[in-house]
Design a protein around this ligand. Structure first.
Ligand code: PLP
Length: 396
């Protein structure tokens, strides 16, 4: 028996471990200091009333023989796929429910869908990015080509003549940079994919944070995308489902490579490897898409976005370059005086007891930046931002 040696090519998980251990160490040495984290990637507000009551009702259904449900359909119950269909319809996008696949989160879907494609393909990944895009391709043994997101391209790279890649990972609004592609920007990627027989895996996990009407929330707002893109989405950040788990993947019928319908391949794969999402969760998810659920969850998203605004204004005040506010839960801030991500992390922790996420943890191009998140408590966020003034003397 031999192990998959590709695992030894993965970078250690030391980045998150180092954030946690540095914070722990600081707390132990400074028990009197209140440490506030602006590094949170998890949600903190409870599930909304509409979701809770739908889930409670479905728990009761499971308690009676007549309404008990066993294994769910691998693709997801029709009632939920219909709700998602209507959610897209309100934005002028139409899908058959057979093109919609329910799963337990965007993380799983984006990690696993690459299994459908040959390992001879090259993965094209924006750097910095959500780490799963890289790690899953390393495990598969695929060659990875990076396309750099930087200040110059406003963290929204587009393909050039030199761009080469078959499986393209795009995330908008982006984690960690908070940047959001315009329709023109996405169109360049769709055109590239169509011309080069490539596929786009579009991660829309943060689409609900987009409020500017002219910015796209789905790759399918771009003409031609049905022939070259898959969209993964999640209720994690938009409805607080990080611990409940529910996501969905849209695979249009027109998506065909090597004479294989990708939706058919994915369905075949799911029936082998996945036994469906729980009925209770799917009823909760259905409630997210009702008018009441949408209203309640919008309040939640607005709460996080207000935190982002507070952070953005605080950074502007001390003249730290930052981007991402407005249509995302994250801010990407440039470390002052050419400091490295870790040096600025240490400064913020040691001088004002604030924890952030070093940008370099999301890829080499994140070096020199930190990610700040709006997912915390509002009062604590405001308190942390007030402390920013105290670092002015170290950064000017
Ligand atoms: N995609 C991106 C860009 C993320 O930032 C995250 C989580 O932070 C995920 C996917 C995972 O989402 P889920 O909780 O639905 O698995």
């Amino acid at each position: 028996m031999r192990i998959n040696k590709n695992f030894s090519n993965l970078k250690d998980d030391y980045f998150f471990y180092r954030v946690i251990s540095k914070t722990k160490e600081f707390k132990a040495k400074n028990p009197d200091k209140k440490v506030i984290s602006l590094g949170i990637g998890d949600t903190t507000l409870p599930l909304c009333e509409a979701v809770i009551s739908a889930m409670q009702k479905s728990v009761l259904e499971m308690s009676k023989k007549e309404t008990y449900r066993g294994y769910a359909l691998e693709q997801g119950y029709e009632f939920l796929r219909l709700s998602i269909k209507k959610y897209y319809q309100k934005r002028g996008l139409d899908f058959e429910i057979s093109e919609i696949f329910i799963d337990d989160g965007a993380g799983r879907a984006i990690a696993e869908i690459q299994e459908l494609f040959s390992t001879n393909n090259k993965a094209l990944i924006v750097n910095p990015a959500y780490p799963a895009y890289v790690d899953t391709n390393v495990i598969a043994g695929r060659e990875i080509i990076f396309i750099e997101a930087n200040e110059e391209n406003l963290f929204l790279p587009t393909p050039s003549k030199e761009t080469k890649g078959d499986i393209i990972y795009l995330c908008s609004p982006n984690n960690p940079t908070g940047s959001v592609y315009t329709k023109e920007g996405l169109k360049k990627w769709v055109d590239y994919a169509l011309q080069n027989n490539a596929i786009i895996l579009f991660d829309a996990a943060y689409e609900a944070f987009v409020s500017s009407k002219d910015l796209p929330r789905s790759i399918f707002e771009i003409e031609g995308a049905r022939k070259c893109a898959v969209e993964v989405c999640s209720l994690s950040k938009t409805a607080g489902f990080t611990g409940v788990r529910c996501g969905y993947t849209i695979i249009p019928d027109e998506l065909v490579f090597d004479n294989c319908k990708i939706s058919k391949l994915w369905m075949r794969r799911q029936t082998t490897k996945y036994n469906g999402l729980s009925y209770i969760t799917q009823r909760g998810a259905e409630a997210v898409f009702t008018d009441e659920g949408q209203k309640q969850n919008k309040k939640m998203v607005d709460y996080y976005k207000e935190n982002v605004k507070i952070i953005h204004e605080g950074l502007d005040k001390i003249k730290i370059w930052n981007c991402g506010h407005g249509n995302s839960p994250y801010i990407f801030a440039k470390c002052p005086n050419g400091m490295s991500s870790w040096k600025f992390f240490d400064l913020l922790l040691n001088k004002i007891s604030v924890v952030v996420s070093p940008g370099v943890g999301f890829g080499y191009a994140g070096e020199g930046f930190v990610r700040l998140s709006g997912f915390g408590d509002k009062d604590e966020t405001a308190q942390a931002v007030k402390r920013f003034g105290k670092i002015e003397e170290f950064i000017s």
